[in-house]
Design a protein around this ligand. Structure first.
Ligand code: SAM
Length: 213
């Protein structure tokens, strides 16, 4: 399979899995995933699988990135909080669909690598922070959308509090090794409505409102 055929197959799999939002598909096409993985794994960047990025962490499966992004139904005026920067790939996609992205990573070295990469590739509306994202980032709250890209035993209460009225949150919730993708919508009067969107498997969210190390 040549490079172009491989790339089109990558997009076809994402569409076949139910990602049909043209803005999300355009953002996926625009962000070069091979520049977010270690050089030695470049050839695997357009396979639909998570890949190691060092320190025991992964860049998420592209299909999961696309599905979670689609669930947020972002508007260009939205402010987004991402928990779990990792490589910065998901943040780059979000930044093309929203006004501003704040992304938090607990591991300093990953955060620094992502910060430099995102700056060099030209994503000006992303801020990378280092900290325990299970507590959210209260100084810039509330957020129109929150995305958690590590698995948590339950939705951290701080994150529910940091959602704007009318906001959305998507997170993998469940056991340490496998979870259910959960979407929470906050109404304009502050109630939350919960939906399940199938099985998934993420590395654990380590923190005060996540798992212990
Ligand atoms: N979104 C990433 C990307 O596009 O490459 C992939 C995220 S990776 C599956 C999960 C990340 O969450 C890891 O980098 C991990 O260090 C980070 N993480 C785990 N617990 C965290 C916490 N409490 N706060 C912030 N980041 C956390």
């Amino acid at each position: 399979m040549d490079e172009q055929t491989g790339y089109e197959e990558f997009i076809r799999q994402i569409v076949a899995a139910g990602v049909t939002d043209p803005l999300v598909l355009a953002a996926i096409r625009q962000v070069p995933r091979h520049l977010f993985v270690p050089e030695i794994l470049c050839a695997k960047a357009y396979s639909d699988s998570p890949l190691p990025i060092g320190l025991g962490q992964t860049i998420s499966q592209p299909l999961m990135v696309a599905l979670m992004t689609q669930l947020l139904r972002l508007k260009e005026t939205d402010r987004v909080l991402e928990i779990g920067t990792g490589s910065g790939y998901q943040a780059a996609i979000l930044s093309l669909l929203a006004k501003e992205v704040i992304t938090i990573e607990r591991l300093y070295d990953l955060a620094e690598t992502a910060r430099v990469r995102l700056s060099q590739l030209g994503y000006p509306n992303i801020q990378v922070m280092v900290g325990d994202g299970s507590l959210g980032w209260s100084v810039s709250a509330p957020y129109d959308a929150i995305i958690v890209t590590a698995g948590a035993p339950e939705v951290p209460k701080n994150l529910l509090q940091q959602m704007a009225p009318g906001g959305k949150l998507v997170a993998p919730i469940g056991a340490r090794t496998h979870q259910t993708l959960v979407l929470v919508e906050k109404t304009m009067t502050g109630e939350t409505i919960w939906h399940s969107h199938g099985a998934c498997a993420f590395v654990p969210l380590i923190g005060e409102q996540g798992w212990q190390v």
